[in-house]
Design a protein around this ligand. Structure first.
Ligand SMILES: Cc1cc2nc3c(=O)[nH]c(=O)nc-3n(C[C@H](O)[C@H](O)[C@H](O)COP(=O)(O)OP(=O)(O)OC[C@H]3O[C@@H](n4cnc5c(N)ncnc54)[C@H](O)[C@@H]3O)c2cc1C
Length: 413
């Protein structure tokens, strides 16, 4: 989110941008540990619109992010689709989602069990009633390569990436009364468009303060600290309900023949898998504490992979759904944090309430990698007072937390 926003601010609006990053190796960044897949199959129009814009951008990546004198960026985007499977219990939801997705312009096919079997001979359709297959705009890519492409393009357009841990802000309280008239005037000449509907005639951030005492003065600040955005926003008195929730990913070798046309499959059990290189990756929701699992605590160590999750939950589900997976072997595993918006599991993007020049893009939970292009472009335009063809971020405005207004998204992975 930070690299994308910086890139669009510098490339499209000519602004001087400094990105503060405490770990330039990105060892615990969600973007370095993501499954980096993209789908159109959401149940809320805003998420579908962001994914549609983003996949178009990814297809044009060479044109968008090439840097003169450097090899063009390559993210290996493939589009074999997502396949959501449903038993009787989930069929109605899948059908309703399908209607909404088609209305929003997504190309998705609803298949019967017989059609699924015909299309994917390797799939055990026992117990399935229907499946929803994305025909376009769904697949996966190299996430760290996308991050790097945004970063290098941003730098080529003048942005600075500095190693620094942000710990606080220097602020100036609103001079609301005195400035009222002046601000009205500015608003009339276009600042309203610049700052969007969420513009606050609030206090201003003057500078970001780093742990080592350095001070970075800025005309505007954007909090894109991923799973760690909450404590920084709290420094500005804003509550962002974002927590670091660990998700394990297992890398699998399958001695069986490759599964022809295999999409990213989401089993009714919640277990998912997709091809990766010559093998597969798979994951599933954490085992609840009631079932003897670790539950879903905040920021547990990333090294604590729950191998029982694979043995007891993922492997049985995979072996049942794809008989050829009987002989699967775990080659390795990794974990990363979803920067989980515990309020409604969707991104929080836009101005911070009460601040005239502070913004955020965080809390994208399991779908931030794929939305970064659209969110970065829209947010940069909002900050710079320019334009973007990306969807408006109004619905993702963080004020919905204070207002208790949730985005209802049924397709959360
Ligand atoms: C296992 C897993 C699978 C996923 N699968 C998908 C998927 O298939 N598709 C998808 O779209 N999304 C997926 N996601 C989610 C996606 O990866 C995230 O939504 C996205 O990467 C979030 O990007 P970000 O820039 O907000 O956060 P990050 O990538 O975490 O970046 C935040 C950065 O801020 C830095 N930082 C934090 N605090 C400070 C501070 N105080 N000062 C300076 N720097 C700071 C951090 O070091 C970090 O580099 C997955 C995530 C995980 C963990």
């Amino acid at each position: 989110m930070g690299a994308a926003t910086a890139c669009f601010l510098a490339r499209d609006h000519g602004l001087r941008v400094t990105v503060l990053e405490r770990d330039p190796l990105y060892r615990r960044a969600s973007s370095a540990l993501s499954a980096s897949s993209i789908r159109q199959q959401f149940s809320s129009p805003i998420n579908i619109a962001l994914a549609a814009w983003s996949v178009d951008f990814l297809r044009r990546l060479e044109d968008e992010l090439s840097v003169p004198g450097e090899a063009p960026p390559a993210i290996g985007l493939v589009e074999p689709g997502y396949l959501y499977l449903a038993t009787e219990a989930g069929a109605r939801t899948l059908t309703d989602n399908h209607t909404l997705q088609c209305q929003a312009g997504a190309e998705v096919a609803l298949l019967s069990a017989a059609q699924l079997q015909q299309r994917f001979a390797w799939l055990n359709v026992e117990g399935l009633v229907t499946g929803s297959l994305g025909l376009r705009g769904e697949g996966w890519f190299d996430g760290p390569a996308l991050h790097q492409a945004f970063r290098l393009k941003a730098i080529a357009c003048g942005a600075r990436f500095v190693k620094a841990a942000a710990v606080g802000f220097e602020t100036a309280r609103a001079l609301q009364d005195r400035l009222e008239v002046g601000l009205e005037n500015v608003v009339k000449i276009g600042l309203a468009d610049a700052l969007g509907q969420g513009a606050q005639r609030g206090s201003t951030v003057k500078a970001v303060v780093a742990q080592d005492g350095r001070r970075f003065a800025a005309g505007a600040v954007v909090l894109t600290a991923g799973a760690w955005s909450g404590p920084l926003a709290a420094q500005l008195g804003v509550s962002l309900p974002v927590s670091a929730k660990k998700r394990d990913v297992f890398v699998l070798d399958s001695p069986a023949a490759p599964l022809a046309g295999c999409p990213l499959v989401i089993d009714p059990s919640g277990v998912w898998f997709r091809p990766e290189g010559r093998g597969f990756i798979a994951g599933g929701p954490p085992r609840p504490a009631e079932a003897g699992g670790p539950g879903d605590p905040d920021e547990p160590p990333l090294e604590a992979i729950d191998h029982a999750l694979f043995d007891e939950v993922i492997w049985p589900a995979l072996a049942h759904r794809v008989p050829a997976f009987e002989a699967l072997r775990v080659r390795s595993a990794w974990a990363g944090y979803y920067e989980m918006n515990t309020f409604d599991h969707n991104g929080l993007a836009g101005p911070l309430l009460g601040w005239a020049n502070a913004y955020t893009a965080c809390g994208f939970s399991g779908h931030g990698m794929q939305q970064a292009p659209a969110v970065g472009s829209a947010l940069a335009a909002l900050i710079a007072g320019g334009t973007s063809t990306a969807p408006s971020l109004d619905e993702l405005h963080p004020r919905r937390v204070a207002e208790g207004r949730r985005i209802v998204e049924r397709n959360i992975i």
